[in-house]
Design a protein around this ligand. Structure first.
Ligand code: SIN
Length: 526
C-alpha cells in the first residue's frame, strides 16, 4: 500500500498539531501517532509555557534567564527569536481555544519556576499541557484536510538509501520522501510518500529507569534521523527534573511541578535541613541542573531514597486551587500536602539535544523538518530553562509550517520506492529477549550515564551497550517488525548517541556533569 500527502507529520504533541493545523490550510496533511493522538509528552507538561506578558518582565530578562540556565551554550540569535515571537504564538493558542488561568483582575495569573527572574509562566492549574493538547486536538479532529492515523508507528524515514543509492553520513543532498509506517492493528508496513515531512516525535525519557515521560517517549525521531545519516547534536544534555513523586513502582513517575517551588515550596533533606542553600544562593529555585545534582548528592551522602518538598506555608485551599491534580494524586497515596511534606526524587525529563535544525526547523536532510523535543534548535544550550519547551515547540512549528508551505510546490513525490522487505522474517519467539535488553539498557543509562558521570562510567556504558546493540540488531533483522523491537532499537541508538557525545565533551557543563572534569560546585559530588 502507498499513500501520498503534501505534508506528513510524525507526532501529535504541540509541535505536530500546530504545524498540521497551519499546513492544512495549504494542502493535505497526514498526521500519525503510535498511540491515540492525545498521548504525548505535551500532555504531561504541568507547569506551563514561558512568555513575556506584562511589565516588569521584558524580552531582555527572558533572554538573559535562558542564556544563564543554558550555561552559555545557547544560540543567542535563536533565544532572542523565540522570546520575541513567543507572545504571538500564545495568542494563537488562545484563539484555538486554550484556557490559561486568570486572576480576578482579568490579568493572566503568571507563575514562576527555577531560573526565571520574573513571574512569566502562563498556566492552566497544574495541567497546562493537557489543556493545550485538548484544545488543539479538538481543532485537528474537525479539520477536513487532516487525515489522522492513530496506532501507526513510523519505522524509518524514506531517503535515497531506499532507491539503492549509496548515502554517506553528512552528505548535504540527502532528501526525505516520507516514511515506512507500521499499522499496529494489522501489523503491516506500508509507505507514506510526502512532499515534506515533519518530525515532532518527542523525547526519549524511557532510556532511564525513572522518568516523567510517558512510555511512548522512546527517541524514535532521533534514531530515525541518525539511521538516515542526518545530523544529531548535544545529546549529552539530558535534563532530570528535580522533583518527581517518590512512589516506587509507578511508571511514568508522577511530576511535581517546579511551579510549587515558584510558590515558595522548599526542598528539605530527611533531617529537615534546607539543603539547597549549601549549593546555590538561589536555593530551591536554582536552575534544574543545579537542583537535580544537589538532590542526587544529598541522597548519596545520606544513603536516602528521597528528599522532601515542603509546602506548609500554603493553606490547603491555596494548594487545592493552584495544584488540584497534585493535591488529589498525593491524597490518593495518603499524603495530605497541606500538612505532610511530599517525598520527591529526580527523574529523566527532557533531552536538550536532538536533530539539528536551522531557524526554520529544517534538518540537515532536505524536505525534513523537526520541532519540539526531538529537535535541537540551540534554544536550550546545556540546560533547558523550565517551561521554555512548549514555547519553543510552537514558535518552531510556526516557522517550519511557513517554510514548508512555501517550498512544497517545488517538490514531486518520489517514485520507485520499494515495498518494505519482509523476506525471511518471523515473530520473535521469546519476548524476554526484548524486555531483558530494555531493562539492561535502562540500568546502564541510569547507573553510568545519569545525573553524575565519569570517564570510567561512560567507558563501561559503551562496552555494555555494544553487547545489547549487537544482540538487538541481529534479532531485528530476522524479526517481523513490531513496535516493541523498533522502540528498543531506537532507544539503543539514542543511548549510543548520549554516551558518545558525553565522552566527547571534556568538561562539566550544564546538565553534563563528569567527575573527571570537576566544576566549581562547592560541595563534593559523589
Ligand atoms: C514542571 O512543571 O515543572 C515541568 C515544566 C517543564 O519541564 O518545563
Amino acid at each position: 500500500m502507498e499513500l501520498k500527502y503534501d505534508f506528513l507529520v510524525i507526532g501529535t504533541g504541540l509541535g505536530g498539531l500546530s504545524f498540521a493545523l497551519k499546513a492544512a490550510e495549504h494542502g493535505k496533511v497526514c498526521l500519525i501517532s503510535k498511540v491515540e493522538m492525545e498521548e504525548t509528552n505535551t500532555r504531561y507538561a504541568q507547569g506551563g509555557i514561558a512568555a513575556v506578558t506584562y511589565e516588569p518582565d521584558s524580552h531582555a530578562k527572558h533572554v538573559e534567564d535562558t542564556l544563564v540556565a543554558g550555561d552559555q551554550l545557547c544560540n543567542e540569535e535563536v533565544v532572542k527569536m523565540v522570546v520575541m515571537e513567543g507572545p504571538d504564538q500564545i495568542r494563537e493558542l488562545i484563539q484555538w481555544g486554550t484556557h490559561f488561568d486568570k486572576q480576578s483582575s482579568g490579568k493572566y495569573d503568571l507563575a514562576r519556576e527555577g531560573g526565571h527572574s520574573e513571574y512569566r509562566i502562563l498556566h492552566h492549574k497544574d495541567n497546562t499541557g493537557q489543556e493545550i493538547q485538548r484544545a488543539l486536538s479538538v481543532q485537528v479532529r474537525k479539520h477536513p484536510n487532516i487525515d489522522l492515523l492513530e496506532n501507526h508507528f513510523a519505522v524509518d524515514l524514506i531517503t535515497q538509501h531506499h532507491l539503492g543509492k549509496l548515502v554517506k553520513r553528512h552528505l548535504t543532498n540527502i532528501e526525505c520522501y516520507g516514511a515506512y509506517v507500521l499499522n499496529l492493528d494489522t501489523e503491516e508496513v506500508f509507505k507514506i510518500l510526502s512532499k515534506t515531512t515533519l518530525l515532532a516525535s518527542g523525547g526519549a525519557g524511557n532510556l532511564y529507569s525513572t522518568t516523567t515521560n510517558p512510555t511512548i517517549a522512546t527517541g524514535d525521531g532521533v534514531a530515525m534521523v541518525y539511521r538516515a545519516k542526518g545530523i544529531i547534536e548535544n545529546m549529552e544534555f539530558v535534563q532530570f527534573h528535580p522533583t518527581s513523586l517518590f512512589n516506587p513502582g509507578e511508571s511514568p513517575s508522577y511530576l511535581i511541578t517546579e511551579a510549587m517551588r515558584g510558590y515558595g515550596g522548599i526542598l528539605r533533606n530527611q533531617s529537615g535541613e534546607k539543603f539547597m542553600n549549601k549549593y546555590d544562593s538561589r536555593g530551591s529555585l536554582a536552575p534544574r541542573d543545579v537542583v537535580a545534582r544537589a538532590i542526587d548528592n544529598e541522597l548519596k551522602i545520606h544513603g536516602h531514597d528521597f528528599v522532601y518538598l515542603d509546602n506548609n506555608h500554603l493553606s490547603g485551599k491555596e494548594l487545592k486551587e493552584h495544584f488540584p491534580n497534585i493535591t488529589e494524586k498525593c491524597r490518593s497515596l495518603g499524603i495530605d500536602i497541606a500538612k505532610d511534606k511530599i517525598p520527591v526524587v529526580p527523574a529523566a525529563h527532557y533531552i536538550c539535544g536532538g536533530v539539528k535544525v536551522d531557524m526554520d526547523g529544517q534538518t540537515g536532510i532536505k524536505r525534513l523538518y523537526a520541532v519540539g523535543e526531538v529537535a535541537s534548535t540551540g534554544l536550550h544550550g546545556a540546560n533547558r530553562l523550565a517551561s521554555n519547551s512548549l514555547i519553543e515547540a510552537i514558535v518552531y512549528a510556526d516557522r517550519a509550517a511557513l517554510h514548508a508551505v512555501q517550498n512544497v510546490p517545488e517538490y514531486q513525490f518520489a517514485d520507485r520506492i520499494p515495498d518494505w522487505d519482509i523476506t525471511g522474517t518471523t515473530h520473535p519467539e521469546e519476548m524476554v529477549l526484548i524486555t531483558q535488553n530494555l531493562k539492561e539498557l535502562k540500568q546502564i543509562m541510569t547507573n553510568y550515564v545519569g545525573i553524575v558521570r565519569s570517564d570510567l562510567r561512560l567507558e563501561r556504558a559503551t562496552a555494555r551497550l555494544e553487547i545489547i546493540y549487537r544482540e538487538t540488531e541481529a534479532l531485528y533483522r530476522k524479526s517481523k517488525v513490531s513496535l516493541r523491537i523498533c522502540q528498543l532499537r531506537n532507544l539503543i541508538n539514542v543511548g549510543y548517541l548520549v554516551i558518545k557525545m558525553a565522552q566527547a565533551r571534556k568538561e562539566s557543563r550544564g546538565l553534563h556533569y563528569n567527575l573527571d572534569y570537576p566544576k566549581s560546585l562547592d560541595i563534593k559530588q559523589m
